[in-house]
Design a protein around this ligand. Structure first.
Ligand code: NDP
Length: 252
């Protein structure tokens, strides 16, 4: 793929996300607590997570490593951060979930596979082939420093909040209870907030169009889901904390 075509593809991909956003605000994605049998054949929730997320890891690693660009310290850092996140998301996280006998529509998994294939390709191909590489001085660049702070803060919030949710299942079986403590004091979905901050940080620290596209898609995926979760909590639990927002403390 020529560089020109690559950048055109990224622009179209970002434009598609922005166009899709108003639609996703009206549709409740039918997985997890919103799972529904109205979306065709169902597959195991755990298997769904693995096959949804693994393509992003495999495609990213393949295009990164097989590209002509050479690996140096900044590139190695980007490689490790992305692969650490996706190793957790595609292999570790699904086995930690307590979702025995839960199902998700196959269609959701197929949509997510497509999204993850494109995302993994755009990022892996950018680092491996399209980018002009990153010099060692990039590690002292303000974008790298600020982006790293955002990335690690977001990752910390995401993993910690996911851990709290997974721990709730120890007491509530396959059901749901009101999460408390940490950032749950302020929002219903701190795990989504952390994920958005994390990928925004990755976009800033790499200053790359591919990571920007992924950050935009993360917002487009997770803002509607956070609003759906928040509404669901408020309907489900009479004693749900009234001052808790959906996603962004004090704001949304
Ligand atoms: P959820 O917050 O819906 O669920 C996370 C896990 O905790 C699930 O196993 C869920 O079970 C369980 N859980 C959630 N709330 C409760 C509760 N109140 N009581 C007991 N158990 C609970 O997150 P998602 O499943 O949507 O996403 C998982 C991760 O993937 C998140 O970190 C998210 O940021 C990330 N993600 C990233 C996307 C992106 O575009 N970058 C897109 C989607 C997700 P169950 O599944 O049974 O509801």
């Amino acid at each position: 793929m020529s560089t020109w075509n690559y950048y055109l593809f990224v622009r179209i991909w970002i434009g598609f996300a922005i166009l899709l956003f108003p639609l996703l605000l009206r549709i409740t994605a039918p997985y997890g607590r919103h799972s529904s049998r109205n979306w065709g054949p169902m597959i195991s929730n755990r298997l769904g997570w693995i096959i949804m997320e693994l393509p992003s890891l495999i495609v990213f690693v393949g295009f990164f490593i097989l590209g002509p660009n050479s690996m140096n310290l900044p590139m190695l850092i980007f490689f490790l951060l992305y692969t650490a996140h996706y190793t957790n998301r595609s292999i570790i996280f699904p086995f930690r979930t307590r979702t025995s006998r839960k199902l998700m529509p196959l269609l959701i998994a197929l949509f997510a596979i497509f999204f993850n294939l494109v995302n993994g390709f755009l990022n892996g191909y950018y680092f491996g082939t399209v980018s002009a590489g990153y010099s060692i001085e990039w590690l002292y660049d303000i974008r790298f420093i600020l982006g790293s702070i955002l990335f690690f803060s977001g990752m910390f919030i995401n993993v910690r909040s996911d851990n709290s949710l997974l721990a709730l299942r120890k007491s509530s079986g396959n059901g749901y209870s009101i999460p408390m403590g940490g950032m749950f004091r302020y929002v219903s979905c701190p795990n989504f907030f952390g994920e958005i901050v994390e990928w925004t940080g990755f976009a800033v620290m790499t200053w790359s169009p591919a990571a920007l596209a992924f950050a935009v898609w993360t917002v487009v995926n997770l803002v509607p889901r956070a609003l759906d979760h928040h509404r669901w909590y408020r309907n489900r639990f009479e004693n749900y904390p009234g001052d808790r927002k959906a996603l962004i403390p004090y704001i949304l």
